[in-house]
Design a protein around this ligand. Structure first.
Ligand code: PMP
Length: 306
């Protein structure tokens, strides 16, 4: 089967999927000391194209910095490994997951003598919140869990341990019949989704929580800001958004490498706008897909072709 996904790159070697294993006393398992990325490779007329690989690599190395973690592989080595994984497995489109984490040593909290392990896996992955979500939007709830403040843990570093907060918020939402959560920060302002940034549209202007609101500096967020500005919209990218403003927004949508551009149709059962994908969301979403599927020559600098 030429679509078989059977290989993972680990610490410089290609290994069989089944053999890509680690010890149960791995530091990263016990203390959440890992950093990772989530990247999409799109199926385009020019073949598979990785979206904003350089920016994801930048964030990968930056995420490791607060933990004094030394990712010993160069950008070129990680890039070559990823290209080979896609080629070998004949993937036309896929999700790419690079991860670096502290490995096994004595299991003290200090990772000083732990090796830094690095791996990359690629596999086919469809729409994150379901096919219907992109067209009709999702029902979300404001989580009772708050985001950790950036004074408690660096929220701009994409750290494995941070995602227990995302899991709590997302599962609370799903237990209550919603598709996804919106998480407020410690100040009570809107931060982001468990794995998405959030945008608000009001009176034809676009707002998104600023980097000081304890959010991840999303690459899709940066992309949508740029596309919106090019389309002539006024984008307020350093906004502080109160919970109440969610309910009165004209439109709301999520962005993320996995979630792409997903409209939000209700928050806490309150209908947002007309309760369907709004016109500005639709415009930006179709522009986003036009770009990532390479149905335009614009922004070719964002793509690495395999
Ligand atoms: N916030 C969080 C908490 C996330 O996990 C993600 C997904 N990486 C995002 C925002 C969106 O970031 P990006 O657009 O870079 O995928």
């Amino acid at each position: 089967d030429d679509m078989d996904v059977d290989t993972i790159w680990m610490d410089g070697e290609f290994v069989d999927w089944d053999d890509a294993q680690i010890h149960v006393l791995t530091h990263g398992l016990h203390y959440g000391s890992g950093v990772f990325e989530g990247v999409r490779c799109y199926d385009t007329e020019q073949g598979p194209a990785i979206f904003r690989w350089d920016e994801h690599l930048d964030r990968f190395y930056d995420s490791a910095k607060p933990y004094d973690m030394d990712i010993e592989f160069s950008r070129e080595e990680l890039t070559d490994a990823t290209h080979e994984l896609i080629e070998r497995q004949n993937l036309q489109s896929c999700y790419i997951r690079p991860i670096a984490f502290y490995g096994y040593n004595t299991l003290g909290v200090s990772p000083q003598d732990c090796p830094t392990r690095v791996a990359i896996a690629c596999w086919p992955w469809g729409t994150y919140l379901g096919e219907d979500a992109l067209e009709n939007g999702v029902d979300v709830m404001v989580s009772s869990w708050r985001k950790h403040a950036s004074s408690q843990i660096p929220t701009n570093a994409k750290t494995t341990g941070l995602y227990v907060n995302s899991m709590l918020a997302g599962e609370e939402a799903r237990r209550n019949g919603y598709v996804e959560a919106i998480v407020l920060n410690k100040e009570g302002n809107v931060a982001e989704g468990p794995g998405e940034n959030l945008f608000l549209v009001r009176d034809d202007a676009i707002y998104t929580p600023g980097l000081a609101e304890s959010i991840l500096d999303g690459i899709t967020r940066q992309t949508v800001i740029e596309l919106a500005e090019e389309a002539g919209y006024e984008v307020h990218e350093e906004s502080a958004i109160s919970r109440g403003e969610l309910y009165t927004a004209d439109e709301l949508f999520f962005t993320g490498s996995a979630a792409e551009v997903t409209p939000i149709k209700t928050v806490d059962d309150v209908t947002i706008g007309a309760g369907e994908r709004g016109p500005i969301t639709e415009e930006l979403q179709s522009r986003f897909f036009e770009v990532v599927e390479r149905r335009t020559d614009d922004h070719d600098e964002w793509f690495t072709y395999i």
